[in-house]
Ligand binder design. Structure first.
Ligand code: PLP
Length: 412
């Protein structure tokens, strides 16, 4: 199978598999146990925390392990807003192109209290062309709502289109107004460098001057299986000085997230983080895959009539591994099945992949016409993708689009 669905999940790297296996065979004890074996398991967890902290360049103690990015998103949003709403800050500023984990928690928090929500006021930030946050409109919203904003939540890179948000500007504007900023970095971490400014450093700002390109992000989530770890471990970066109401009570993770730590998945996350950090030192490797993505995109746009890209034309405005292409006249699900039969894995928007025929809400929010959204496919590469795979994928895609169009399995 040619896997061009890496934004859904990635193949665990050898180092992650080895770390998980070792943890399962030898460090299977409870990391909270005081005996020596338990403490060996604790060391595995803390080593991994150090490896992830090193990738993000943050302090290990500001990382909370969770089961997934979805759980980290839930903890950040619910945990912050449960304290913000009673303090007179019920507003959440977010976008309509977030991953559904963020869209769903914002919707849930916006429900009235008697329906289990918090009665939060969710405001969508206008998007400029190409699906990027309109920074001027965002600045106006901040000014308009700022004393009542509990949280700003904007992703770093979109999982369906790869569109990169202006996180640096968003963070700076939030910081200037003292507004809490959460960034869903699930698709970014491990693929691109992260430099956070850690404003609440106990060592004092004067001792650790943040680098110029540092991001003003208060909370950020990641997920091991998106960068060659294994499923079952994610993390929330959140400075200790940010008050957050825990959602799963327990003594683990310094009270921020209860439940015995899944040591193998955490060990794999740490190993994957270390490998990713080394890989990020070789930008030419990233350029190699970006060139493959561009080649895939350009050839498809050239060879398939009416095909067009969803998202900005500038390849740097999108994550290097992702392209989202519309094949009008085709139903995405029909295409995906044809691809799959011929050995190619790709995917459509989240709603389509879950069996619904609704077009992707992300593409709709970007202003993609419905007929194009219905026939849109995401292709996502990884650092392991080979040139020969792209060449083979192109032939499969071109053939399948022709077949589906001929058969008339099209979007109305
Ligand atoms: N956020 C983004 C941008 C994602 O792409 C995903 C997964 O596709 C998630 C959050 C959820 O990640 P997880 O599978 O770890 O819950």
């Amino acid at each position: 199978m040619i896997h061009l669905d890496h934004n859904a999940t990635t193949k665990p790297c050898e180092e992650a598999v080895a770390a998980a296996e070792l943890a399962m065979r030898e460090c299977w004890h409870n990391p909270s146990s005081v005996h020596r074996a338990g403490q060996a398991a604790r060391q595995v967890v803390e080593r991994a925390r150090g490896q992830v902290a090193s990738l993000l360049r943050v302090k290990p103690r500001d990382l909370t392990f969770t089961s997934s990015a979805t759980e980290a998103i839930d903890l950040a949003h619910r945990g912050a807003m449960m304290l913000a709403v009673p303090a007179g800050k019920p507003v959440i500023l977010t976008t309509a192109v977030e991953h559904e984990a963020v869209r769903d928690i914002c919707d849930a928090l916006g429900e009235p209290v008697d329906s289990g929500g918090l009665g939060a006021h969710v405001v969508h930030i206008p998007l400029a062309e190409g699906g990027r946050v309109d920074i001027e409109a965002f600045a106006c919203l901040l000014e308009q709502h700022s004393p009542r904003i509990g949280l700003v939540s904007v992703q770093w890179a979109n999982n369906e289109t790869g569109v990169v948000q202006p996180v640096q500007e968003i963070g700076s504007l939030c910081r200037a107004r003292g507004v809490l900023f959460f960034c869903d970095a699930t698709q970014w971490v491990g693929k691109m460098p992260v430099v956070l400014d850690q404003p609440h450093s106990p060592f004092g700002a004067e001792q650790i001057a943040p680098p110029e390109d540092a991001m003003h992000i208060d909370m950020l989530c990641l997920s091991g299986h998106k960068f060659h770890g294994i499923k079952g471990a994610g993390a929330l970066y959140c400075d200790r000085s940010v008050r957050l109401k825990p959602q799963i009570l327990g003594t683990q993770e310094k009270g921020r997230r209860g439940g015995t730590e899944p040591v193998p998945a955490i060990a794999a996350l740490g190993a994957a983080a270390e490998v990713a950090q080394q890989w990020l030192h070789h930008p030419h490797e990233r350029d190699r895959v970006a060139a493959l993505r561009d080649r895939l995109e350009q050839i498809l746009l050239f060879r398939v009539a009416d095909a067009h890209r969803n998202g900005p034309a500038d390849p740097d405005a999108r994550l290097w591994n992702t392209t989202n292409i519309a094949f009008p006249g085709c139903e995405a699900e029909a295409l995906l099945l044809q691809f799959s039969e011929r050995g190619l894995a790709a995917s459509a928007g989240a709603a389509c992949s879950s069996g619904s025929l609704d077009p992707s809400p992300v593409l709709m929010a970007m202003g993609v016409p419905e007929v194009s959204a219905h026939g849109s496919i995401r292709f996502s590469l990884s650092r392991h993708t080979a040139e020969a795979e792209i060449d083979e994928a192109i032939e499969i895609i071109v053939g399948c689009v022709e077949r589906v169009r001929r058969a008339g399995v099209g979007a109305e």
